[in-house]
Design a protein around this ligand. Structure first.
Ligand SMILES: CC(C)(COP(=O)(O)OP(=O)(O)OC[C@H]1O[C@@H](n2cnc3c(N)ncnc32)[C@H](O)[C@@H]1OP(=O)(O)O)[C@@H](O)C(=O)NCCC(=O)NCCS
Length: 183
């Protein structure tokens, strides 16, 4: 997906650009308390345009190499969500990992479901990937629902998998296989 995609009347999804850094920092700052239970502890600098500009630049280098697709959700120029397909490995794996969040004020409108489903389609039809993986905290039922609706299945539970909110926490692991096994 290289062109913007409209997810509903107001919200579109597209790859991040260097000029999004300030709006992205503002979005992280607005959602800092909301995301704190679901994300790693961030350094103070994370909430600055400079930090986000460096991060976007690194992700666009990875994108050029075909290793990742850093998407933002936008209302006008404002960022209201992030969806990140990253760590793409080709060869016999053809797989990438998906992470995401949606601004607190836009929760429950079906945006994450629409975005994840669009990324699954893109990964299958444009990128030719075989598989996407994702993980959630055991009690992140909203995120699990988003994944199930996009065709993901649970493939396991990894104890002490990721450091979230300062603690190494268990995660459920999910994958969606994008082609049948004969393909
Ligand atoms: C998880 C998250 C991305 C969902 O975004 P969203 O745009 O609100 O999601 P949607 O509106 O597309 O769908 C949410 C679904 O989960 C369901 N849901 C929400 N909370 C739920 C809960 N506590 N228990 C069960 N289902 C729940 C909703 O009913 C909806 O399902 P439905 O379409 O069948 O009604 C968002 O809440 C978020 O950013 N949370 C904080 C960060 C995070 O958890 N990121 C994911 C890390 S794995």
């Amino acid at each position: 997906m290289t062109r913007p995609r409209q997810l509903d009347e107001d919200v579109s999804m597209r790859l991040l650009r260097p000029s999004d850094a300030t709006a992205l920092a503002a979005a992280y700052l607005r959602n800092r308390a909301y995301l704190s239970a679901w994300e790693p502890v961030r350094p103070e600098g994370y909430y600055t345009g400079a930090w986000q500009a460096a991060d976007i630049a690194a992700r666009l280098v990875a994108n050029e190499a075909g290793e990742g697709y850093p998407y933002g959700l936008f209302v006008g120029d404002a960022v209201i969500g992030r969806f990140n397909l990253a760590g793409i490995v080709r060869g016999p794996f053809q797989s990438g990992g998906l992470g995401y969040w949606v601004d607190r004020k836009f929760a429950g409108r079906g945006l994450a479901s629409a975005a994840v489903q669009a990324i699954v389609e893109t990964a299958r039809d444009e990128l030719g990937l075989h598989r996407i993986e994702a993980s959630t905290l055991l009690h992140n039922f909203g995120s699990q629902r988003v994944l199930f609706k996009a065709g993901f299945q649970q493939i396991g539970m990894a104890p002490h998998y990721l450091q979230i909110a300062g603690t190494w926490q268990d995660h459920n692991l999910y994958q969606v296989v994008l082609h049948d096994s004969a393909g």
